[in-house]
Design a protein around this ligand. Structure first.
Ligand code: FAD
Ligand code: FES
Length: 478
């Protein structure tokens, strides 16, 4: 089903693809929140910028976000202070605080009608001590933070940490308004990047700088971002008949449900899992059960899901793509906080390109390395090895005949192992099960009826069409 953002935004005609050779100061790859904001900030600074979008602006993860604009990225202040030290924690907080302010400034000064609402942000938890620690840590980092004993949503908890004066908006209304002022080519998937030349199937851009804002940096070497990030997917319901809430909420720990209001809808999110690891499904069902428990009179008006890149040290990668590619820049790894992180990216990359010193550059630089990353990188590599090994050693127990209608599985066929989906009408859809990114075996996601890769999170529909990267092509379909 389409997200509430797609359903409540005017249809836009697609812009024509790039069909010739052009030149620009900067070529931005990807027309999501990160790419459009970066291009807009650059244009404002007088830098000639073009955006190349594989499909249509905003139709990647951005159309499926919950669009809270906040510095409060979970209960992170205490952990950041302990693990990363005062300077990094402070830089992270300040960069995001400036990003929240910048959204408010742009929307006001440009007169953008995108349903911006100022709202307090809360993280609730059943661990009172953790909340107390977080409040103190946030205050030490310069954030106005209050410990609340009671909150307006009916979840069991010991209270919440509140960051006042954050914001929420309609992401597509905002994105389209900014994009209207930019040079954007849609249906222009970047196929190859050679030094300063970006190639699509019909044209190319020669640019001094190239910004990879394609959600997952899809060029594997150099950079090797696939070794330092994985993707996690989560699910959202838009509920009607719940009554209104004023704040934006997210839980800490196991019961990590997210709540915000948009118009007459309450958006309830959760059931996160590593992409490619949802074999038994039931994510929407569990969210519906939570909705019933907390809002017995509610009705589901829409449901959707999205995914985001998770870095090993919980800080996005914003800055130089690789030391041997001068002019290549990247913005990725937003940890499901890509509204503020996209604005941080746009401001940092603008400053880098315009040669302006930015005090937060080192904190987000992809070249950083801390020992904190090692255990997560080891876990991610373990997943990749498992995904690859599965391709060679996993012998499916099922055959296509055993599949129930509406279900999919990796099965043994006369052509070898294949991914097979049996539609409600009994039609079989067979796909190659090898991920074109780096060759792991795909798994079935019953909630989205898609083939998902457990290694780095690429996704494909039942006909093999590419849904999400890092893969850049579909899989074979019979
Ligand atoms: C369920 C969920 C809820 C969330 N809620 C929030 C929230 O409340 N607040 C918050 O701050 N963050 C939230 N996030 C995170 C946020 O939505 C994302 O971080 C953000 O939308 C990512 O934007 P992006 O521009 O990086 O990626 P995208 O929006 O995916 O844009 C990337 C674009 O690049 C294009 N592309 C890919 N490859 C190529 C290529 N080769 N050539 C040209 N174009 C290409 C794609 O088509 C796509 O349009 C949430 C995430 C999830 C999963
Ligand atoms: S996404 Fe990397 S192997 Fe599939």
């Amino acid at each position: 089903m389409e997200s509430i953002w797609t359903q409540t935004c005017n249809h836009r005609e697609k812009r024509p693809p790039l069909d010739r050779q052009i030149e620009a100061d900067v070529a931005v790859i990807g027309g999501g929140m990160a790419g459009i904001l970066t291009a807009w900030q650059l244009e404002q600074a007088g830098v000639r910028t073009v955006v190349l979008e594989a499909d249509q602006i905003g139709q990647g993860q951005t159309k499926n976000t919950t669009a809270k604009i906040t510095v409060q990225h979970g209960l992170f202040c205490h952990t950041f202070l302990e693990k990363k030290g005062e300077e990094t924690a402070r830089n992270y907080v300040q960069a995001n605080q400036e990003a929240v302010k910048e959204y408010k400034r742009i929307i006001k000064e440009e007169g953008i009608n995108c349903d911006l609402t100022e709202a307090d942000s809360f993280v609730y938890s059943s661990d009172r001590e953790k909340l107390r620690q977080e409040t103190k840590a946030a205050q030490r980092l310069g954030i106005r933070a209050d410990l609340k004993e009671q909150i307006e949503i009916p979840v069991p908890c010991a209270g919440a940490v509140c960051f006042p004066n954050q914001a929420e908006f309609h992401p597509l209304k905002f994105l389209y308004a900014l994009a209207d002022t930019l040079k954007v080519y849609e249906d222009s998937q970047v196929k190859e990047v050679e030094d300063h030349l970006v190639k699509t199937s019909l044209g190319s851009v020669k640019a001094d700088y190239i910004v990879f804002a394609a959600h997952f940096p899809f060029i594997n070497f150099p950079g090797m971002y696939f070794t330092r990030m994985h993707q996690e997917r989560s699910y959202v319901l838009a509920l009607e008949n719940t009554g209104r809430i004023e704040g934006m909420y997210i839980g800490d720990g196991e019961e990590k449900l997210s709540f915000r209001q948009y118009d007459r809808y309450l958006l309830l999110g959760g059931q996160g899992h590593r992409t490619g690891e949802n074999k038994s499904g039931g994510c929407y069902q569990k969210l519906k059960e939570a909705a019933q428990a907390y809002y017995p009179d509610s009705r589901v008006a829409a449901c959707w899901s999205a995914q985001d890149c998770i870095t090993a040290d919980s800080i996005p990668f914003i800055g130089a793509y690789a030391s041997d590619r001068p002019g290549w820049l990247v913005a990725s790894g937003f940890q499901k906080w890509g509204m503020s992180s996209s604005m941080v990216s746009a401001m940092l990359l603008r400053d880098k390109i315009c040669n302006i010193e930015n005090p937060y550059a080192e904190t987000f630089a992809p070249s950083r390395f801390s020992t904190e990353e090692i255990p997560q990188i080891a876990r991610d590599s373990g997943h990749a090895v498992k995904g690859l090994a599965k391709r060679f050693f996993h012998v499916p127990e099922e055959t296509a005949n055993m599949l129930e209608r509406g279900h999919g599985a990796v099965v043994e066929t006369s052509q070898g192992k294949m991914g097979v989906y049996k539609s409600e009408e009994g039609e079989l859809f067979k796909v190659d099960i090898v991920c074109p990114h780096l060759g792991c075996e795909l798994t079935w996601n019953p909630d989205e009826q898609s083939w998902d890769c457990p290694c780095h999170g690429s996704r494909f529909d039942v006909r093999g069409n590419l849904l999400d990267g890092p893969a850049q092509e579909g899989i074979q379909y019979e």
